[in-house]
Design a protein around this ligand. Structure first.
Ligand code: 0L1
Ligand code: MG
Length: 256
């Protein structure tokens, strides 16, 4: 008997819970991007059923360098839960992940609802604050390899996020330089302008994309705007810190 979308959701949910690599769903059968989003929603429903709370969304592949790194040319989104949050300056246990990587991001905190087709001005007016951030991505697929529907089904690789201090959105965050360091050595450098040329565009895309799935950005939601540079692989003992121009820094360590 062929597997249902719910079977694939359970498969990915279990792989994520165990920090384990699994074969791509697309090896098993062809499926569409819409089916990928349906699997993502079913998989996240399992986490909510275990008591995790949705706290926002992540946008993915919003920069050219990220698209090139994974060979997928579309902006995607995923859901963030409270269990994915890592305290600023805190640590993660590598054993909980399959092959995690980290990338610098910009985070928005929403103060008003936002959904559907909105302008950049409307999107910015719904923002309470912006913060420097990092996302820990950990594709559940073997060798971090996937098709577009695969990565969408896998919650767009999202596994964790760290937030630095919040700042007023009146600050010009459109082209801020940053350096991501591993153990004090610069491993990635970039600018927030890498996010669709202007990070607010990622929020506009988020409002449109979540609405297509019957959701909205809500007051209090966090929106990760997307990786600014290529992602860097994590290893036990590493201390990761990203220093942003004007916004300050954000850091965490990796334990066994
Ligand atoms: O920008 C992103 O967060 C991309 C996530 C999906 C692709 C990847 O795993 O790098
Ligand atoms: Mg990301």
């Amino acid at each position: 008997m062929s597997k249902s979308l719910n079977d694939y959701a359970a498969f990915l949910d279990q792989a994520a819970a165990e920090g384990r690599e699994v074969p791509q769903i697309s090896n098993d059968r062809a499926f569409t991007v819409d089916e990928g989003y349906a699997i993502q929603a079913l998989s996240l429903a399992r986490r909510y059923g275990r008591g995790e709370r949705r706290v926002g969304v992540k946008m993915g592949l919003t920069s050219r360098v990220k698209m090139t790194q994974v060979g997928v040319n579309e902006v995607i989104w995923g859901r963030l839960t409270d269990a994915m949050r890592v305290e600023e300056g805190g640590s993660i246990s590598l054993a909980r992940y399959a092959h995690p990587r980290v990338e610098p991001e910009l985070a928005f905190l929403m103060k008003a609802p936002l959904a559907g087709e909105v302008s950049a001005v409307e999107a910015l007016a719904a923002v309470e604050a912006v913060a420097p951030a990092m996302e820990i991505i950990d594709s559940r697929y073997q060798d971090f390899k996937f098709t577009l529907p695969d990565v969408v089904a896998d919650n767009s690789s999202s596994s964790g996020f760290v937030l630095g201090g919040w700042h007023s959105p009146t600050l010009d965050f459109s082209n801020l330089g940053l350096v991501m360091e591993a153990d004090g050595r610069a491993v990635q450098m970039g600018s927030t302008a890498a996010i669709l040329g202007q990070p607010v565009r990622s929020l506009v895309a988020a409002a449109r994309m979540v609405a297509r799935w019957g959701e909205s950005l809500k007051p209090g939601d966090i929106v990760l705007a997307g990786g600014i540079t290529a992602a860097h692989p994590l290893a036990v003992g590493m201390h990761i810190r990203t220093q942003f121009q004007t916004l300050g820094s954000v850091s965490f360590s990796v334990k066994e």
